[in-house]
Design a protein around this ligand. Structure first.
Ligand code: SF4
Length: 306
């Protein structure tokens, strides 16, 4: 089925579109956002600029009915990511269980699953993920719980997220960690990066995926309010010296390369695969892997079929 026909017929699942980024290296996949908006409140969030009332997460109306409709249209075994523009375990999920119900439908129909989250609530759904070709990507930007409370005020602590990496890995569910984004002056020190990589390697993560913060006026303003000393320096770096690409201010290329190489070297030091996300440095990735970690879902399926 052609992507055009799919775009026209789908109700709630979407063909993944990385907001037009020319640097995206993701494989072909679909996305499902059970919620509109997100309550994790990350200062650097990219989705906030595109969605009205973003900080007020609400369940999608008729989600399960529309999902069933869409699953009948998708190619057999297609990869579905939850979620690209909200967290599938945003706070209301603990009560509503909408993501859990959606996962059940998706898994029971043989689709591959990639969960991307900042919440340890994902461990609750390990029973479903274990029955599917699934992998989980957990974002951890720092191990410093107090820094994370400023940066991602509504999200579970890094301590809880590392525990989730540990629990899922022990159960046999492949987990990658997104050290993403790296924000200059905030979480960019070699020590901070090594602390995250060493701890998640010990916890069982298979891969580190990283990227540098891409500035937009709203996120830059929020970062400057919470980190006033760093705000002026960030503006100088991004607006003064950065490069505008597809609506985002990127850091100067040599600085991006510096950060990507630093994380890469650290990942390799601890025996982890490495990829960068939307940086234009695909050649630095571990050969053969996908930046989003979805390859491990496929490999797990192959193992099970043996
Ligand atoms: S968890 Fe993701 S979608 Fe939610 S606020 Fe943070 S960056 Fe945005």
């Amino acid at each position: 089925m052609s992507p055009r026909i799919l775009r026209q017929g789908l109700r709630v699942v979407r063909l993944f579109d990385p907001w037009g980024s020319p640097y995206c290296t993701c494989p072909l996949k679909f996305t499902l956002n059970p919620y509109t908006g997100c309550g994790h409140g990350c200062l650097y969030c990219y989705a906030r600029s595109y969605i009205r009332g973003f900080s007020r997460p609400r369940p999608k109306a008729r989600l399960l009915r529309d999902l069933l409709h869409d699953l009948r249209l998708l190619p057999k075994g297609a990869l579905i990511e939850l979620s690209a523009s909200s967290d599938p375990y945003t706070p209301p999920e603990a009560v509503l269980g909408l993501t859990r119900k959606a996962l059940r439908y998706i898994a029971s129909r043989g689709f591959r699953i990639l969960v991307v989250t900042k919440s340890d609530l994902v461990v609750r759904d390990a029973d479903i993920l274990l029955r599917a070709e699934a992998s989980v990507a957990i974002t951890i930007t720092t191990l410093d719980d107090s820094l994370a409370r400023k940066l991602e005020p509504g999200a579970p602590s890094p301590t809880a997220r590392v525990e989730a990496v540990e629990k899922l890995s022990r159960l046999g569910i492949p987990v990658t960690v997104r050290l993403d984004p790296i924000i200059p002056y905030v979480n960019d020190s070699k020590e901070s990066i090594e602390e995250v990589v060493a701890r998640v390697a010990e916890a069982g993560a298979l891969q580190i995926t990283t990227s540098t913060y891409k500035a937009r006026p709203d996120s830059l303003r929020m970062l400057s309010e919470v980190f006033p000393d760093e705000g002026a320096k960030l503006r100088e770096l991004y607006i003064g010296k950065g490069v505008k690409t597809h609506g985002y201010y990127y850091l100067p290329p040599e600085l991006r390369l510096h950060y990507i190489l630093m994380v890469r070297e650290t990942a390799f030091k601890y025996g982890l695969a490495f990829a960068s996300c939307r940086e234009g440095f695909k050649f630095l990735n571990t050969p053969g892997i996908h930046c989003d970690g979805s390859l491990y879902a496929y490999l797990r399926g192959c193992e099970e079929r043996k």
